[in-house]
Design a protein around this ligand. Structure first.
Ligand SMILES: Cc1ncc(COP(=O)(O)O)c(C=O)c1O
Length: 346
């Protein structure tokens, strides 16, 4: 039997895509200075196996001791490693957001853990020890919990009679949050930072975890990591993630994305799409029936949300005005073709 692997937006094995609305990567990336550093990364030597300088730098940005920073070869790798650590710690339940990023459930299922989906955060106050995934803001919905909800979840997770839960806040899209204030992150929760999306460098596999404390879970995560888990390019990316130049560039790119998102939403409104609210440059949208059949042949890709449990819905990310115009043109052509075909069959 061939196992089912998680489905993702972005590059696939199909025909070349000119305008990829299916990826959540920032279309404005990468920032020039950071990109130069990645290109100049020293590939002729191993990185420091302990990543000391990198951990010190990230630790200073997060105001934690350097040992609490754990580099990872991307968020996907960190999710697998954390799930394995949870299993070794004796946890048997994993709680994942619905709809949510498919890798949380895939990692749990691969290890025989039981997966529970939650649609509202109050379901997480069940009082049983578990690995709990929170995604802030959530992929694919672009929604997020407030500080009070996070505090309640964290408090409930530490108060379980049968041992504590591991709560992980996946902040992959926090740097691309287009509105609202940053929420307070409970100190007892793990944080997962995956900057490659905000930087438009998803091909560079680099992320890091911030551990709440140097506890048993932390020790497992450390010892489960492959040696040199982060490549030289990944190390360079993370080294420059908190640079002033990178942060300024990010702020500018959020301002631009706000404008483009509003334009794209207006365009889709005009075509009769239903669209959900979101604080990110991507959101869930439902096209009129049959209106997108054949879109790929026009070099345009959307992320079908069926695998998120939302048949008929798409996740669509903000792209540049020329890409939006190409989408409009393709959708108009498809609708004209459908009208002609329906006319013939009458
Ligand atoms: C919410 C979320 N977390 C983590 C990841 C993993 O990203 P990466 O492995 O590229 O760091 C993704 C990728 O799409 C994601 O959407």
């Amino acid at each position: 039997m061939i196992p089912t692997l998680p489905l993702h937006g972005g590059t696939d094995s199909g025909p070349w895509v000119v305008h990829d609305f299916s990826t959540n990567a920032n279309p404005l990336g990468p920032p020039p200075a950071l990109w130069r550093a990645v290109q100049q990364a020293d590939r002729q030597r191993y990185p420091d196996p302990h990543y000391r300088a990198l951990r010190e730098q990230l630790a200073a940005a997060h105001a934690v001791p350097p040992e609490q920073i754990l580099p990872a070869a991307g968020g996907a790798e960190a999710i697998r490693r954390l799930t394995l650590a949870a299993l070794l710690q004796g946890l048997r339940e994993v709680w994942v957001p619905q709809p949510g990023f498919g890798d949380y459930a895939a990692a749990a299922e691969a290890l025989g853990l039981s997966v529970h989906c939650y649609t509202v955060w109050q379901e997480l106050l069940h009082g049983r020890p578990a690995l709990i995934w929170l995604c802030q803001p959530c992929n694919p919905s672009g929604t997020r919990l407030d500080s009070a909800a996070l505090a309640r979840i964290a408090a409930a997770a530490t108060a379980t009679a049968a041992g504590p839960s591991i709560v992980v806040i996946d902040l992959a899209y926090e740097p691309l949050r287009l509105d609202g204030e940053a929420v307070a992150l409970p100190p007892s929760c793990w944080q997962l930072h995956c900057p490659n999306k905000a930087l438009g460098l998803t091909g560079v596999r680099a992320a890091y975890l911030v551990a709440p404390a140097p506890d048993d879970t932390w020790a497992r995560l450390l010892t489960l990591a492959a040696s040199w888990v982060l490549s030289a390019e990944g190390q360079a990316l993370l080294m420059h993630w908190h640079d002033a130049a990178t942060l300024d560039w990010l702020a500018e790119s959020r301002a631009q994305l706000r404008v483009w998102s509003a334009q794209q939403r207006a365009l889709l409104d005009g075509l009769g799409w239903r669209q959900r609210g979101s604080c990110t440059p991507f959101w869930l949208a439902q096209p009129p029936p049959q209106s997108i059949e054949g879109l790929r042949a026009h070099g345009i890709k959307l992320r079908d949300a069926e695998s998120f449990g939302l048949p008929g819905w798409m996740r669509i990310a903000t792209l540049t005005p020329p890409a939006q115009q190409a989408l409009l043109k393709a959708l108009t052509t498809l609708s004209t073709q459908t009208a002609i075909t329906q006319g013939f069959s009458k």
